[in-house]
Write a protein that binds this ligand. Structure first.
Ligand code: FAD
Ligand code: DLZ
Ligand code: SF4
Length: 505
């Protein structure tokens, strides 16, 4: 029998590995189709291959039988590789862990049509049950993360005191919106250090097209083993958690991770366990005075709440979700998204660091790049393609729900209760970007006015038919209605110019 291990199934504590048998071959395939279904960042491909190779070696060292197909030696697709291995081993039986992506699930289950016996078991990673999620939200026009999150707190007992939330409130988000004070310096971060030169060579020889840069291949700084992932997390827990709450939404030039944990890659590849992470944060809250309730609850909410919520939404909505486009947006993505070469400082910083590190934190993804893409009317499929390729933590279940749903409102408000757009006001409040930008954040319709300003008002004006009844944005329409006609005309003209010159911003 073959047991397939996908690049995002690096869970060493899976019950599969508690038994050892000569009849079981654990199979890993680095393959062209998986490495290229999106324009992947080099750090993402390297990180996944390095994680797979380390896991395969660990299993071998424990005495398990392993078949490892390195890139360059494999056939293009997972299915072709599996069929070939089945022939070699003289078996038709393949066990898989539930894949996280619809595309991969369909591809693997499709092998049944060729006579293969495919058994599916749990990946033993996620906390929530997808079927319960579907029951909770069946028939709902809008999914409410908050109600899901409270259920999760109650069912796991995480951050609870009996039946009540610790501190008496479920959610401390309102305390998590501070900008960095002037002169605040962020201490150095902890990074693992792995030599990935051999993997980089293999990727180059196999002609895998990638985007972004790698840095020094002798010092790869994303985790490739559970031990490294735990080291990053524990360092963050000790040094950064106390600041995480207050500055969760803050942005600063040349600070690519701020106080964020950088554990999404390790979580999504299942190197570490999400429930354990939440328990460790809760323990730190109880044991250390400097860990505030808004920091601890805010972090737990991201994992026990948002991450599990997005997974439930994904499996409830796929495959139709891939085609939703509520606003019928169809503009192409400006080419500078692949180079970072724009005059807009906020975009230059957010895209530049994404290309350099395969990472941007949540507010950069939502309120800088995503904000701009929605205001500019970019085709959501192009938006998805960019996010799915560029971020080291991007796997479709958590990418598309955040991008097409949360950020682009392409599902008409199923995941997000309002579009996440802003003018320069918000960006200026939360960052130092505007102070270093050639555009004027204060004006709306001048030649050098910040592009976000005209695009923002014009977006709401044009979408009134689709958004006008949303109570969460009544204030915007009241302000818009009070605007002088001449100002509106000027805004429309400036917005039109921007839409026509997206390439040149
Ligand atoms: P921290 O800020 O330290 O948060 C801790 C953990 O909480 C994260 O590691 C992550 O597992 C979880 N988390 C936080 N927010 C979310 C969220 N909205 N959805 C799901 N989990 C969350 N996250 C991904 O893992 N993969 C993606 O492809 C992805 N694409 C995104 C696209 C857009 C447009 C937006 C707005 C957000 C996206 N996110 C995605 C969510 C979030 O931005 C990242 O999880 C986070 O930036 C990862 O960095 P971190 O580990 O330092 O996070
Ligand atoms: C993302 C990725 C990449 C780049 N390469 C591989 C690979 O070569 N082999 C593999 O098994 N998985 C890879 N992955 C992850 C999968 O493409 C896919 O995104 C996840 O398994 C879906 O949950
Ligand atoms: Fe971004 Fe506008 Fe601020 Fe420039 S002025 S950094 S474009 S928000």
């Amino acid at each position: 029998m073959i047991r397939l291990i996908l690049g995002d199934q690096l869970n060493r504590y899976h019950t599969w590995f508690s038994e050892q048998s000569e009849d079981i071959t654990y199979a890993f395939f680095e393959c062209y189709d998986e490495a290229t279904y999106a324009p992947h960042h080099i750090q993402k491909v390297v990180g996944i291959f390095a994680g797979m190779r380390a896991f395969a070696s660990a299993l071998q060292a424990q005495g398990h039988k392993v078949h490892y197909g390195s890139i360059g030696q494999t056939l293009p697709s997972l299915g072709e590789n599996l069929q070939k291995l089945c022939t070699e081993l003289g078996t038709q039986r393949i066990e898989i862990q539930q894949p996280d992506e619809y595309r991969v699930q369909e591809h693997l289950l499709g092998l049944r049509e060729n006579g293969f016996q495919i058994e599916v078991c749990s990946s033993e990673h996620f906390i929530a049950d997808v079927e319960d999620f579907k029951v909770q939200f069946s028939g709902k026009k809008t999914l409410l993360m908050e109600s899901f999150y409270r259920r999760m707190r109650k069912s796991t007992g995480i951050f609870m005191q009996g039946a009540q939330p610790i501190g008496g409130k479920w959610n401390y988000d309102a305390s998590n919106r501070k900008a960095l004070p002037k002169g605040h310096s962020i201490p150095p971060r902890y990074f693992p250090d792995t030599d990935v030169s051999a993997i980089v060579e293999d990727i180059q020889q196999a002609n895998i097209p990638t985007i972004g840069s790698l840095g020094n291949p002798k010092h790869f700084y994303w985790p490739t083993t559970p031990e490294q992932a735990k080291d990053i997390f524990h360092y963050w827990l000790e040094h950064d958690l106390p600041f995480f709450g207050d500055f969760q939404d803050a942005m600063a030039r040349n600070q690519w991770a701020m106080y964020h944990s950088r554990i999404s890659f390790a979580l999504n590849t299942k190197m570490i366990d999400p429930l354990w992470v939440c328990q460790e944060v809760e323990r730190a809250y109880h044991e250390r005075e400097e860990v505030s309730i808004n920091a601890a609850e805010g972090f737990i909410r991201q994992i026990l709440g948002w991450r599990e919520f997005m997974r439930g939404a994904y499996w409830m909505a796929m495959p139709d979700y891939e085609d939703l486009n509520y606003f019928n947006h169809n503009a192409p993505l400006p080419s500078w998204f692949w180079t970072g070469k724009t005059k807009m400082e906020c975009m230059k910083q957010s895209i530049g660091q994404s290309l350099d590190h395969a990472y941007a934190h949540h507010i950069q993804r939502l309120m800088i790049t995503g904000n701009f893409m929605l205001l500019a009317g970019i085709d959501p499929s192009e938006v998805d393609r960019w996010y799915l390729g560029i971020y080291i933590d991007a796997f479709q279940w958590v990418e598309i729900t955040n991008t097409r749903g949360m950020s682009q409102f392409a599902d008409g408000g199923w995941i997000a209760t309002k579009p996440y757009v802003s003018s320069a006001n918000y960006i200026h409040k939360m960052s130092d970007y505007c102070a270093h930008c050639p555009y004027d954040r204060k004006t709306r319709a001048e030649k050098n006015s910040c592009p976000f300003n005209a695009l923002y008002w014009d977006f709401y004006e044009r979408k009134e038919g689709q958004l006008g009844n949303n109570p969460r944005i009544g204030m915007v329409y009241r302000t818009l209605n009070k605007m002088k006609d001449a100002d509106k005309v000027a805004l429309r003209e400036r917005a039109r110019w921007i839409h026509d010159h997206l390439e040149n911003l």
